[in-house]
Design a protein around this ligand. Structure first.
Ligand code: 5AD
Ligand code: SF4
Length: 402
C-alpha cells in the first residue's frame, strides 16, 4: 500500500513528457502460463499509464521481453533475438527503450548490461508494477541503466487489479506464486521467490468479476498450487471456484506429486466443470536421480498417486515433465525413466535436456552427461511418448513434443 502511494507521488512528480505520451509498446512473452498472465497484467498497467500497444516490433518505441530462466536454451534464444533489435536501436535509435523483464532479469541483474549493452531496463517478475515509471525514466535519460529486482513479493495492488486485460472467454487467475521446494536443478525459487498465496476470498471475487465480464473458462495458476495456503487449502479453493455460477470449465497448474492428495482428486471428480486433466511432473523414473533432484518422492510413490488419481477421476488424463541428462544419470537410470513412461502411459509429456542453472545445487554437481547422450535420450523419450500418445488417440492439446 505504502509503495503504491510512493509510486503514485513519483508519477505525479515525473509527469508525462510529450515524447512518451502514447508511446507504442511491443511486449513479447516467453515461458510458462504465469508469464502469460504477468504480461496481461503488464499490458493493463501500461495502457492505464497512457502507453499504447503494438503487435509490430518494428513500429515500437519500447520493446519489452518477458522472459523465462528455467532452461539455458531459452535464454540464449532471447539474447539472440534481442541482440538483433539492439543493433537496430544502435543504428537508427529505434526502439528507444529496450527492457528485459521476468525471470531472466531477476537472474542476470546488472550483469545483463555487460551481456547486452543496448538494454535500458532490467526488471524482475516481482517488480513489474514499477516498469511504467522505469520506462518513463529511460525516456528522460537514455544512457541510464535501470535495475529493478529483488522485491520479496509483488506489490499487492498489482494482484488486486488482477482482472485487467482479459480477452475472450478464458482467463488465468494467479492463486499463489513462488516455490519453497528447491528441486536441485530449478532456478524458480531464486527468481520468483518464496511461496505466497492470495486469500481465497480475493481469488473467488476475481473469478466472479471475470464471469460478469463474460469469462467462463478458468485456469488457476501457481508454481506449486497444492502448497496453496490462502485461508483454505487448494482442494477447498478449487471447490469454491468450481461452485461459482458461470464457471463452465476449470483447470489448474502446476501440481507437485508429493502434495497432490486424494482430496484434490475427489474434488476433481465431484464437479463436472473441473477438467479431468492433471499435470504431474515426474522428472525421472530413477529413485537415485529423484533423490539427487530433491523431489521428495520415489517412483513407487508417484505410481501410487497416479493409480489413485485414475481410480478416483475416471477417464482422467495425465501429462508430465521429464528431464534427461541430469548430473550422474547413467544408462541404467535413463532406462528406469523409459520404463516409467511405458508403465504409466502419459497422455502427453514435456521432455527436457538438463541444463545447469545459476544458484542451483545441481549446478555445483557438474554437467557430466555428454550432449550426445542427452540428445539421444531426449529423442528416445520423444518417440516413445509420441507412440503412446498415438495409441491413446490423444486429441488432447497443449503437448507439442518439442
Ligand atoms: N534443466 C532442464 N529442465 C529443467 N526444468 C526445470 N529446470 C530445468 C533445468 N535446469 C524443467 C522441469 C520443470 C519444467 C518446467 O522445466 O521438467 O518441470
Ligand atoms: Fe522448480 Fe521444483 Fe519449485 Fe517446480 S516444484 S518450480 S521444479 S523448485
Amino acid at each position: 500500500m505504502e509503495t503504491s502511494k510512493i509510486y503514485k507521488d513519483l508519477l505525479e512528480r515525473v509527469g508525462r513528457s510529450e515524447g512518451e505520451r502514447g508511446s507504442k509498446v511491443y511486449l513479447r512473452t516467453f515461458g510458462c502460463q504465469m508469464n502469460v498472465r504477468d504480461s496481461q497484467l503488464l499490458k493493463g498497467l501500461l495502457l492505464q499509464e497512457g502507453f499504447s500497444l503494438t503487435d509490430r516490433e518494428q513500429d515500437a518505441d519500447v520493446v519489452i521481453f518477458n522472459t523465462c530462466a528455467v532452461r539455458k536454451h531459452a535464454e540464449d534464444r532471447v539474447f539472440s533475438i534481442l541482440g538483433g533489435i539492439g543493433k537496430r536501436k544502435e543504428r537508427i535509435g529505434r526502439p528507444r527503450v529496450i527492457a528485459l523483464v521476468g525471470c531472466m532479469a531477476e537472474e542476470w541483474k546488472e550483469r545483463a548490461f555487460e551481456k547486452a549493452g543496448y538494454l535500458n531496463i532490467v526488471c524482475g517478475p516481482n517488480d513489474l508494477y514499477r516498469l511504467p515509471l522505469a520506462i518513463r525514466n529511460a525516456f528522460f535519460s537514455p544512457d541510464r541503466r535501470i535495475v529493478l529486482v529483488g522485491s520479496p513479493s509483488r506489490e499487492e495492488d498489482f494482484y488486486r487489479k488482477g482482472n485487467w486485460f482479459v480477452e475472450g472467454e478464458s482467463a488465468f487467475v494467479i492463486v499463489m506464486e513462488g516455490c519453497n521446494n528447491f528441486c536441485s536443478y530449478c532456478i524458480v525459487p531464486y527468481v520468483r521467490g518464496r511461496e505466497r498465496s492470495r486469500p481465497w476470498q480475493e481469488v473467488v471475487s476475481e473469478v466472479k468479476k471475470l464471469v460478469a465480464q463474460g469469462v467462463s473458462k478458468f485456469t488457476l495458476l501457481g508454481q506449486n498450487v497444492n502448497s496453496y495456503q490462502g485461508g483454505v487449502d487448494f482442494p477447498d479453493l478449487l471447490e469454491k471456484v468450481a461452485m461459482v455460477e458461470g464457471v463452465k470449465s476449470l483447470s489448474f497448474a502446476t501440481s507437485h506429486p508429493k502434495d497432490a492428495t486424494d482430496r484434490l482428486f475427489e474434488v476433481m471428480a465431484r464437479y463436472p466443470n473441473i477438467e479431468k486433466y492433471l499435470h504431474l511432473p515426474l522428472q525421472s523414473g530413477s529413485d537415485r536421480i529423484l533423490k539427487l533432484m530433491n523431489r521428495g518422492y520415489t517412483f513407487e510413490d508417484y505410481r501410487r498417486k497416479v493409480d489413485s488419481y485414475r481410480q478416483i477421476v475416471s477417464g482422467g488424463k495425465i501429462s508430465t515433465d521429464l528431464i534427461v541428462g541430469f548430473p550422474t544419470e547413467t544408462e541404467e537410470d535413463f532406462q528406469k525413466t523409459v520404463e516409467a513412461v511405458k508403465s504409466i502411459g502419459f497422455d502427453c509429456a514435456y521432455i527436457f535436456k538438463y541444463s545447469p542453472r545459476p544458484f542451483t545445487k545441481a549446478s555445483m554437481m557438474g554437467d557430466d552427461v555428454p550432449l550426445e547422450a542427452k540428445e539421444r535420450r531426449h529423442q528416445i523419450l520423444l518417440s516413445l511418448q509420441k507412440e503412446i500418445s498415438l495409441q491413446k488417440k490423444d486429441k488432447f492439446g497443449g503437448c507439442d513434443f518439442s
